[in-house]
Design a binder for this molecule. Structure first.
Ligand code: AMP
Length: 247
């Protein structure tokens, strides 16, 4: 299926509250965050995209992050949390948002909990809806296959996969005709590092959120549409999130 270029329809915006997508690099977080945005009208907040934008604009944060990202390591918590705080304060996040690639450490998760509890979204509808954490669980072999075949549009952010979701014209974005690129950190040597970083620093988050009761799991081996449907089902039922235990 085609991944839509997301223009968020503000009339369709619904109070989904805060959503976190967990999963290894290549699990499909970015693709699914875009589909959530298209369906529920809430923005995708991707820390990877925000950091890449800082690098492109050569900001002080971008200068600090560039080499770290090139090695497949994590940018320090304090820098990333500050960046996220600024983005979540924007008006389009009032009804909810999907965090894609954040949190990535237990310290970031604790920071997010603290901000939500302290009323980061005070007085706004999203504040009343509890955090929902969706883990897109997937096998490692499939991840490497997906990441090496991933191509992205540097302009609209559309994500393609040469095997499962190729562009109509090779190398060209269906949405805006830009030449597709391979992200520098999607090269195989960096992928291995990113997966190690994930295992060491991000995987413990599933336990953190399981203990907190907010964790739901979807099978990341399905098609884009099957995963999207599973996520929509979770979100449609999220009113009773706190008493469900499918994780
Ligand atoms: P992504 O596009 O989510 O795969 O992120 C690309 C790179 O950006 C990661 O490999 C990290 O170097 C950095 N990054 C993204 N999100 C975070 C985060 N929450 N904490 C630290 N570093 C991050």
């Amino acid at each position: 299926m085609d991944i839509p270029t997301v223009s968020v329809d503000t009339h369709a915006r619904r109070a989904t509250g805060p959503i976190v997508l967990l999963g290894a690099p290549g699990a499909g977080k970015g693709t699914q965050a875009k589909l959530i945005a298209a369906h529920f009208g809430i923005p995708q907040v991707s820390t990877g995209d925000l950091l890449r934008d800082h690098v492109r604009r050569n900001t002080p944060l971008g200068q600090q992050a560039q080499a770290i990202m090139g090695r497949g390591e994590l940018v320090p918590d304090q820098l990333v949390c500050g960046m996220v705080e600024g983005r979540l304060a924007e008006k389009d996040c009032e009804q909810g948002f999907t965090l894609d690639g954040f949190p990535r450490t237990v310290a970031q998760a604790q920071w997010l909990d603290g901000r939500l509890q302290a009323g980061l979204l005070r007085g706004k509808p999203a504040q009343k809806v509890p955090l929902l954490v969706i883990d897109i669980a997937i096998d490692y072999g499939l991840l490497v296959q997906r990441l090496t075949a991933r191509r992205t549009c540097p302009h609209c952010g559309a994500i393609y996969n040469l095997h499962f979701n190729p562009p109509r014209k090779p190398g060209v974005c269906d949405g805006d005709g830009s030449n597709l690129i391979t992200r520098k950190d999607d090269e195989e040597a960096v992928i291995v590092e990113r997966l190690k970083t994930y295992e060491r620093q991000t995987l413990p988050l599933t336990d953190y959120y399981r203990q907190g009761g907010a964790l739901r799991r979807v099978d990341g081996a399905g098609t884009v549409e099957q995963i999207a449907q599973a996520i929509r089902d979770l979100l449609e039922r999220r009113g009773d999130v706190s008493c469900r235990s499918s994780a």
